[in-house]
Design a protein around this ligand. Structure first.
Ligand SMILES: [Zn+2]
Ligand SMILES: [Zn+2]
Length: 382
């Protein structure tokens, strides 16, 4: 990965104290037409799944994740947990059909082109062909995230969210980019309550009052798309509601300044200003990132104020903005699984992410909401 100030973004595990960078269903008619049958399959699976909540007994094949996905254990690992959330066992690896085009980490967990690419240092201006493929992939990713959003309710395991994301992605002909990226074990990230990002879908059932971020990335036609949203599970306390709304607004405000000539470092100023007037803090360990034929590349886009991001936006660049806003302190801790990043004080964290294209006059939100997107945010209804 490129050299970063406080680590980059995306799904790169932190190593030796340095921090790495961060970070679908089907728009297709085939998927739409088979949705009701898919739904009945999900429902049956849900009804037949073992009752794992609040119990140590899980069915065979479900184990706790350790060491960035490379190890498993049957026992809950020891950790000085910062909040009330705990890891649950994860299911075995999901299969991607042979005919789907895969990124180079799909088989052995190791990205090969990405880390040594010159695009970790220079921000690519995409060709019209690349941009068109990005549009298609981003549209699929949006529909996959929307499919995940539709099943969220108390009692649903985050592993079931992962299954919907996985099945929807391959139904659209895509590969779920997170799957086996640096050994990440699942097809999306599900980050509950105090998890800042990179939560691993597991056997925990969502509870009334939880918030859950679902981060979806898709590889299709040789390019990646990346977006996430934070959802309410049942009835939510007032502070969590404000936190999620503020985070949504932080992303909107950041997007509104994007156009040729704007410095990448300005994004953090806008986000930080809005978070602090609401009394919240900005997570610093993960940043927005360039995206295209590589999942994570330059530019690195911190979300906090007074950052040292270099460079100026140009038409044709594609990157993500993905602020993580914390109810309490900005500091984070890493769970023993090497992925799950939680707030140091155990208070809640929310995130929203879009993949963006800088245009001649401003910005195109490639992963923008669709008319068919579910109404899950009360502030968008009025
Ligand atoms: Zn993401
Ligand atoms: Zn991302």
């Amino acid at each position: 990965m490129m050299v970063l100030q406080l680590g980059d973004c995306g799904l790169v595990p932190k190593v030796h104290g340095t921090e790495a960078s961060s970070c679908r269903f089907c728009l297709l008619e085939c998927f739409k037409s088979s949705w009701s049958s898919h739904k009945s399959v999900h429902l049956k699976a849900k009804l037949s799944s073992p009752d794992t909540q609040n119990s140590g007994s899980v069915s065979e094949g479900w184990l706790y994740c350790l060491k960035s996905g490379q190890a498993r254990t049957p026992k809950l690992p020891y950790f000085d947990w910062t909040g009330s959330l705990r890891p649950y066992p994860i299911s075995s690896k999901r299969v991607v059909p042979d005919q789907i085009d895969k990124p180079d980490w799909a088989d052995d967990g190791i990205p090969k082109i990405e880390p040594s690419s010159g695009l970790q240092y220079t921000v690519e201006v995409k060709t019209p062909d690349q941009i068109q493929r990005m549009r298609e992939t981003c549209h699929i990713a949006r529909e996959v995230l929307d499919a995940a959003a539709r099943i969220i309710q108390p009692g649903v395991m985050t592993d079931e969210i992962d299954r919907v994301v996985h099945e929807a992605t391959i139904a659209a002909g895509g590969y779920p980019s997170p799957l086996n990226y640096n050994f990440f074990p699942k097809s999306c990230c599900t980050s509950v309550n105090e998890v800042i990002c990179h939560g691993i879908p597991d056997a925990r059932k969502l509870e009334d009052g939880d918030i859950v971020n679902v981060d979806v990335s898709v590889y299709y036609k040789g390019v990646h798309a990346d977006l996430n949203e934070t959802y309410f599970v049942g009835n939510i306390d007032e502070e969590s509601c404000q936190l999620v709304k503020c985070t949504y607004e932080c992303l909107e405000k950041a997007i509104s300044i994007v156009k040729p000539g704007i410095r990448f470092r300005e994004i953090g100023e806008v986000i930080s200003r809005h978070a602090s007037v609401s009394g919240f803090s900005v997570a610093r360990s993960y940043c927005g990132h360039g995206i295209g034929e590589l999942f994570h590349c330059a530019p690195n886009i911190p979300h906090y104020a007074r950052n040292k991001a270099v460079g100026v936006m140009k038409a044709g660049q594609t990157f993500t903005i993905e602020p993580m806003i914390n109810a309490g302190v900005w500091r984070d801790r890493m769970w023993p699984d090497g992925w799950t990043d939680v707030t140091a004080d155990g208070k809640r964290s929310a995130q929203f992410e879009h993949t963006l294209l800088v245009t001649d006059t401003g910005v195109e939100v490639l992963t923008g909401r669709l008319q068919t997107s579910p109404s899950v945010f009360p502030w968008l209804n009025s």
